[in-house]
Design a protein around this ligand. Structure first.
Ligand code: GLP
Length: 240
């Protein structure tokens, strides 16, 4: 594991965006998996700016959504697909056939898991996964104690995720279940970035990176990845 620290969220966003742009330049056709959530938003904006300046062609790769709240779709502000379409896929001009996002409203969630997993397999696996960490150590919606052997899965969300998750929905209650790419598929990514900012993330980041790996803190399972880069700002590193 490499630990990468920048002074502040803006410097971190720029550094991670440059790393990802370079990965895309070197791996045309690969599959990228980007977490939604607040943490990567500035970085995603910087990637789009890089494309506008001609420094990277974001349409030269393909994309898969990491996760989604079950039961909602694009029309719900705060859904992962709404956040990602509005902040990245649309401004970056990514064609529909270059991306697959979760349908949170799928009638058959198991089939939805299979649809996402089939896309990942068809694309030859994930090249680079950009992940965030939840306040309870979740990755995507792989919650503490959830199965760690499913390629994709539906997970009952725990109390921490339910209360923190209100921030995406203007304070309203969030859905009870999440749909997510599972740990085995994420661990098969060629490269992995775990990104975190802010002092509030420091305690859980410490558990994830410095303590023994366990399904109770799903992000700690990433320690076993051969190319994990934990990228954080000084506030998130502060208490490690
Ligand atoms: C959310 C998502 C994750 C995200 C994480 C951190 O609930 N399920 O994919 O990475 O929690 O979110 P944030 O970046 O807003 O702190």
């Amino acid at each position: 594991m490499k630990i990468w620290i920048e002074d502040n969220p803006t410097a971190l966003a720029e550094a991670v965006a440059e790393h990802i742009a370079s990965y895309i330049r070197n791996h045309p056709g690969t599959l990228m998996c980007f977490a939604a959530g607040d943490t990567p938003l500035q970085m995603l904006g910087k990637l789009v700016e890089k494309q506008r300046r001609g420094e990277v062609d974001l349409s030269s790769v393909r994309y898969v959504g990491l996760d989604e709240w079950a039961g909602i779709g694009y029309e719900t502000k705060g859904s992962c697909c709404q956040v990602m379409r509005d902040s990245f896929y649309e401004p970056a001009g990514i064609a529909q056939d270059h991306m697959l996002l979760w349908n949170g409203k799928a009638e058959n969630p198991d089939r939805e898991c299979e649809r996402i997993d089939a896309w990942i397999r068809d694309c030859g696996g994930i090249g680079l996964a950009l992940l965030g960490i939840g306040m309870n150590g979740h990755v995507g919606f792989n919650e503490p104690g959830a199965p760690t052997d499913a390629p994709c899965q539906i997970v009952k969300l725990d109390g921490v995720t339910a209360s923190v998750g209100r921030k995406y929905f203007g304070g309203a209650e969030c859905p009870a279940y999440g749909m997510t790419i599972g740990m085995p598929r994420l661990m098969q990514s060629e490269e992995m970035i775990l990104m975190a900012t802010g002092e509030h993330k420091a305690p859980i980041l410490r558990k994830a990176l410095m303590e023994q790996a366990s399904g109770a803190v799903p992000a700690s399972l990433l320690q076993a990845h051969p190319k994990l880069m934990a990228c954080m700002d000084r506030d998130a590193w502060h208490k490690l």
